[in-house]
Design a protein around this ligand. Structure first.
Ligand SMILES: Nc1ncnc2c1ncn2[C@@H]1O[C@H](COP(=O)(O)OP(=O)(O)OP(=O)(O)O)[C@@H](O)[C@H]1O
Ligand SMILES: [Mg+2]
Length: 270
């Protein structure tokens, strides 16, 4: 479980994250959503310690990460897996070498043990046998899966994914989302995902934090999104008229009121 308490981050005089608090549980996909520039990546970087917040604290299982010494921080970092925006695989290394990288850094395992673990995680992301390929030989979706395999190779307690679906088609995105969700539930990982992908929100959003210009504008579950009256959230999620109509339909279904012909006509009218 990760708790974010009153985080603030400024660059020069510009406040980019303002008084954000959130509670992200283990075994759940915790999503940070919001428009481009709303502060998702900066917030995630503060959470993993790549940026220092100006104010506030991050707690990992009740331990204050922000104030702990370097040694204790390193122990937490070992438990963090990260999937960066754009995969960030090393182009000059093979898939196997890429996935082995964290094992080389953080373990004293023998080569045999490391290869066994690489094969396990490759199998987990349905990519057995691609060990000797280079990133340039893989499709975008395969690269993301390799990056996900690398992010989970050390059996992380915490998994951070920054835009895991960017640049992927909707079906491949769904494969990635499902994998993230399965791993999260199977290993009870506290998973944090930054996304603007609305399919992901509806597919895996156990907890959703909606950021608007650096502030927490709304939080809730994917079901609560359907019923939310927050105008900014609705404008963001249901950006098109078609989706707004779909939301109205869903609300009617959920509340048990079957739309009559007049309702239907009003909803589908251009
Ligand atoms: N290192 C930096 N120095 C100065 N400003 C920065 C820095 N990193 C981010 N910012 C600013 O912080 C704000 C939030 O950026 P951030 O990258 O968190 O947005 P985001 O929500 O992740 O957007 P996107 O969806 O495009 O990835 C932006 O205005 C950005 O210009
Ligand atoms: Mg970002």
């Amino acid at each position: 479980m990760i708790e974010v308490k009153n985080i603030q981050k400024k660059f020069a005089d510009k406040v980019v994250i303002e008084e954000v608090s959130a509670r992200m549980e283990a075994g759940r996909c915790n999503l940070i959503i919001g428009a481009s520039g709303s502060g998702k990546t900066v917030l995630m970087k503060c959470m993993v310690g790549l940026l220092n917040p100006d104010q506030g604290s991050i707690f990992y299982h009740g331990n204050n990460f922000t104030t702990m010494d370097t040694e204790a921080k390193t122990l937490i970092r070992k438990e963090i897996g990260m999937l960066f925006q754009g995969s960030a695989l090393f182009d000059s290394l093979t898939v196997e070498e890429n996935i082995m990288f964290p094992l080389n850094m953080f373990t004293k395992d023998t080569t045999g043990e490391k290869i066994k673990r690489v094969n396990e995680v490759l199998d987990r992301v349905n990519l057995s046998g691609v060990n000797k390929k280079y990133p340039a030989e893989l499709s975008g979706g395969m690269k993301k899966r390799v990056a996900l395999a690398r992010a989970v190779v050390l059996n992380p307690k915490y998994l951070f994914c920054d835009e895991p679906n960017s640049g992927l088609d909707p079906q491949t995105s769904l494969v990635i989302d499902k994998l993230i969700r399965e791993l999260t539930v199977e290993y009870q990982i506290t998973t944090v995902v930054n996304t603007h992908d609305m399919n992901s929100v509806m597919e895996i959003g156990d907890y959703i934090l909606y950021m608007y210009q650096g502030k927490k504008e709304w939080e809730g579950t994917r079901k609560e999104i359907i019923f939310s009256k927050n105008q900014r959230l609705n404008d963001f999620i249901f950006a098109s008229e078609f989706l707004r109509d779909a939301k109205d339909m869903r609300m009617l279904e959920e509340t048990g009121k079957i739309p009559n012909e007049r309702d239907m006509d009003q909803m589908t009218r251009p």
